[in-house]
Write a protein that binds this ligand. Structure first.
Ligand SMILES: Cc1ncc(COP(=O)(O)O)c(C=O)c1O
Ligand SMILES: O=C(O)CC[SeH]
Length: 363
């Protein structure tokens, strides 16, 4: 990357560490075979996949046999939603015998999710609803906490609810959701739902590599993680990564406050809500300082207005921030700064200076 640029978009993806590049290269050179083949290239591929499954299972507190590799978080999330619908219909006959009120002519699998999910969950849910394959309840996050409230999830459960899918941490605000409490409450409900057990899913794509992620402790049936976060490196270094990102993010916030004073709003700050250690969503207040305009005039900072997959949204403020209660004029000026394990204080100083100079240019 251009050495004059400072990458602060780690929530979009992570630059590969040298050892990760080396491992991938080795696999491409020596383990190119079909894992079912019995000659060396196939045997090596099978061994690498087995080792990878074991490594990921250690990372997320799961069993190696339960690890399914997909093309990414989008495919994984879609797979969960379609699996849950299948799960519902497989249990439908048994449920109908015990729940006569579920009239076969009008029942659909019911899914509960939130209104701040990544598009790979939101669009999967909307597809099922629009194509009359499921009813979906999108729970609004609290505008005080920017996370879902457990009692709202529980209140939304119906006899035909087959899946609750709430992300572990939001990719734009970094706000962490109360997944463990939701799972604990739903598991108690499931004890009385002998045929239509509610499946529990969390999209942990943004949490892995930043905070501890343990499927068993969370209590989920499905956990989505993404490869952008190099499993073994995280397993071995998470506490250091987390502490470093937290310290560096707090320094970033301190410097932004010192430079912009009352002209800055921290869109990730909600009293009492936990956020990812690396995420700093901010708006520099004032006319002509839309996030996209500020970023496109920065000479060093590389970041996003919000989710990378919405980078072509132009002037449209983030629906996620609006759902969290951020006023339109503030959300329109949002810039998402997301730090990584390699971000330094010098990077922070360079980015804050770049933002200061850019704002002076635009104002
Ligand atoms: C919260 C969340 N879920 C899902 C995804 C999609 O993952 P992928 O890009 O691997 O499809 C992302 C992307 O980073 C994400 O941030
Ligand atoms: O940038 C993000 O939030 C993830 C990829 Se859309």
């Amino acid at each position: 990357m251009d050495p004059t640029r400072v990458y602060m978009d780690y929530n979009a993806t992570t630059p590969l560490e040298a050892e990760v590049v080396q491992t991938i290269t080795e696999a491409l050179q020596k383990a190119w075979g079909n894992p079912s083949s019995t000659y060396p290239a196939g045997v090596k591929a099978k061994a690498m996949i087995k080792k990878s499954r074991e490594s990921v299972a250690r990372l997320v507190g799961g069993e190696a046999d339960d690890i399914i590799f997909t093309s990414g978080g989008t495919e994984a999330n879609n797979m969960v939603f379609h699996t849950a619908v299948e799960h519902f219909w497989r249990n439908w006959e048994a449920a109908q015998e015990t729940h006569q009120h579920l009239n076969e002519n009008r029942v659909f699998p019911h899914i509960v999710t939130s209104n701040v999910e990544h598009d790979s969950v939101k669009l999967a849910a909307e597809y099922l609803q629009e194509n009359r394959k499921a009813d979906v309840t999108f729970i609004s996050v609290s505008q005080e906490t920017a996370h879902v409230e457990v009692q709202d999830i529980i209140a939304a459960v119906r006899p035909n609810t087959c899946l609750i899918s709430i992300m572990l941490a939001n990719n734009e605000t970094g706000v962490i959701m109360p997944i463990q409490e939701i799972c604990s409450r739903v598991k108690a409900m499931n004890k009385k739902r002998e045929n239509l057990r509610i499946l529990l899913h969390t999209d942990a794509a943004q949490a892995l590599g930043k905070i501890p992620v343990n499927a068993r402790e969370l209590g989920v049936d499905f956990l989505t993680i993404v490869g952008h976060k190099a499993a073994e490196l995280v397993t071995n270094n998470l506490l250091d990564y987390e502490a470093h990102m937290q310290k560096t993010r707090l320094y970033l916030e301190e410097r932004l406050k010192a430079v912009f004073k009352d002209k800055i709003h921290f869109n990730s700050h909600y009293p009492g809500s936990d956020i990812l250690p690396n995420t700093c969503n901010v708006s520099i207040l004032g006319p002509g300082l839309q996030g996209w305009r500020v970023l496109s005039n920065c000479t060093r900072l590389l970041a996003s207005v919000g989710a990378a997959c919405h980078s072509d949204s132009g002037d449209k403020p983030s629906d996620i921030l609006l759902s969290c209660g951020i006023p339109v004029a503030v959300a329109a000026n949002a810039v998402r700064l997301s730090l990584g394990r390699g971000t330094t204080k010098a990077d922070v100083d360079a980015v804050v200076e770049d933002l200061k100079e850019t704002v002076q240019l635009l104002c």
